[in-house]
Design a protein around this ligand. Structure first.
Ligand SMILES: Cc1cc2nc3c(=O)[nH]c(=O)nc-3n(C[C@H](O)[C@H](O)[C@H](O)COP(=O)(O)OP(=O)(O)OC[C@H]3O[C@@H](n4cnc5c(N)ncnc54)[C@H](O)[C@@H]3O)c2cc1C
Ligand code: FES
Ligand code: FES
Length: 451
């Protein structure tokens, strides 16, 4: 497949297989060896590059999705003899570590500064949370970023243009014809109607690690990343409609989500590090139909529905019905998930997402809980709760809900609810820890609700 990309301000072409990771294309086909391969599955940040102004892990971007993009790699900042201000700040602050991790850290810092020229220390920490190996310490890296800001680094960025023609990638072999790159929904439905066995590709953050680990194979693939109709977040009447290809990064940045669905924002913010968030889609998270996925844990209490669509028309169903079983979404062979619909939360409602993992940043949930409650005059009129990472699929906590619905919120009720939750969840791994943590988080939620 022939792809074209603007890299560091110049136009490049490559003839590569559609699913070859961008990192390998950069290093092997185009000679950009600055981005390194550490883990190869989105966990270390060594391969960080900036695509269209956003930080991503090049190991998780298939070539087919990089075609037409504007890319900045570490080579685009400066060379060893002519470093830019940020690179010099890393050197002078003693923030330079091994050759594998440092390029990724510098690029992650640059991506932050392109988006936010006056970051706080905490914002710098979050931005670099996906670059996990820091043998010589975190503080010097944060100091280097602050130093570059102080020296006016952000005043010297020039807007970059994308020199690509905008044309989709061109097939160059017979097998490339099994990779479809539609630009609108009509085309998507026609392709799905005319072809059987087509696998769907969105942000690729689940699929690429699965391909690497031999858990995923496909005959034909359809890339949804160019379909604009799947990318909006809109308030329509009394609901919020989120396109299936909206990323966690889009959710975090959306003013609509910030205003109406802060707990969904929190769940997106706690899913992976920024480079993963900029690729991972809500549709991919739900279609994976896994108990470990974070977004369903809050979307279930928010009473979300899923709209699927194919050439035969659309179907709308509650999220609970969509996730039939482990890795088993209710999708017909010629359908995609089109959007997620969430009713506007009531004015006196309160929502909360909790996640506990083995560390704070870039961690999969060992337990996640989501809550939605409406309280008036001290009485809980409506309550919905769900738990993730306790069973093969995320589950509603119906017994906990019954213990709380239409009850006056008192200290005694908090204790009763904590016990009900402890009894209801049935985790297979570390059951006692997970049960106790569930019951503690239920208490925390209800105490916050009382306030
Ligand atoms: C380093 C790392 C950290 C992660 N951390 C977290 C985390 O903390 N929490 C969490 O929940 N997840 C996490 N993930 C998993 C992953 O990022 C999410 O599940 C993500 O939302 C998947 O979306 P995607 O667009 O990348 O899906 P893809 O990989 O493109 O697809 C996933 C599956 O969904 C299907 N699919 C995608 N879109 C559609 C659609 N519109 N219609 C029909 N089917 C579709 C695909 O066919 C595929 O089967 C992490 C992943 C990585 C690599
Ligand atoms: S190589 Fe580790 S995130 Fe890409
Ligand atoms: S191994 Fe690269 S910085 Fe520690």
């Amino acid at each position: 497949m022939r792809i074209e990309m603007t890299i560091n301000g110049a136009l490049y072409f490559a003839d590569v297989p559609p699913m070859k990771p961008l990192l390998s294309v950069l290093r092997e086909d185009l000679g950009f060896k600055g981005s390194k391969e550490g883990c190869g599955e989105g966990e270390c940040g060594a391969c960080s590059v900036i695509i269209g102004g956003r930080l991503v892990n090049a190991c998780l971007v298939p070539a087919v999705q990089a075609s037409g993009c504007e890319i900045l790699t570490i080579e685009g900042l400066g060379s060893p003899n002519d470093m830019d201000m940020l690179q010099k700040a890393f050197v002078s602050e003693g923030a330079v570590q091994c050759g594998f991790c440092t390029p990724g850290m510098v690029i992650a810092a640059r991506a932050l500064l392109e988006e936010n020229p006056t970051p706080t220390r905490d914002e710098i920490k979050v931005a670099l949370s996906g670059n996990i190996c820091r043998c010589t310490g975190y503080e010097k890296i944060y100091n280097a970023v602050e130093k570059a800001v102080g020296e006016g680094y952000c005043d010297i960025f020039r807007p970059r243009e994308n020199l690509c023609s905008g044309q989709a990638p061109m097939p160059t072999s017979e097998s490339d014809k099994n990779c479809f790159t539609p630009e609108d929904l009509k085309e998507v439905f026609e392709i799905l109607d005319q072809n059987s066995d087509v696998s769907i590709l969105a942000g690729s953050t689940d699929i690429i690690p699965d391909i690497k680990n031999g858990k995923y194979s496909f005959k034909k693939i359809i890339d949804l990343s160019r379909v604009k109709e799947l990318k909006g977040i809109n308030k329509v009447g009394d609901a919020i409609r989120i396109g299936s290809c909206v990323t966690n990064g889009d959710i975090i940045r959306s003013s609509i989500i910030r205003k109406y669905l802060p707990a969904l924002r929190e769940a997106a913010f706690r899913s992976g590090a920024p480079a993963v968030q900029n690729r991972a889609t809500i549709g991919g998270n739900l279609s994976t139909a896994s108990g470990a996925a974070d977004l369903p844990t809050i979307l279930l209490p928010l009473d979300a529905s899923v709209v699927t669509e194919g050439i035969g028309g659309a179907r709308e169903m509650k999220l609970e019905k969509f996730i039939i079983g482990y890795r088993e979404p209710d999708l017909k062979p010629n359908e995609i998930m089109r959007e997620i619909v969430i009713p506007l939360p009531g004015e006196k409602s309160f929502q909360k997402f909790y996640k506990r993992g083995s560390r704070k940043a870039l961690t999969l949930s060992r337990i996640s809980l989501g809550f939605y409650a409406e309280v008036e005059n001290g009485v809980i009129w409506e309550i919905r709760a769900a738990a993730g990472s306790m069973s093969p699929i995320p589950v509603r906590l119906k017994e906990l809900e019954s213990a709380l619905r239409m009850k006056r919120l008192t200290g005694e009720l908090v204790e009763e609810a904590a016990k009900a939750a402890y009894d209801e969840v049935n985790p297979r791994k570390s059951p006692e820890w997970r049960k106790r943590m569930t019951s503690n988080l239920v208490k925390s939620f209800l105490k916050e609700l009382m306030q």
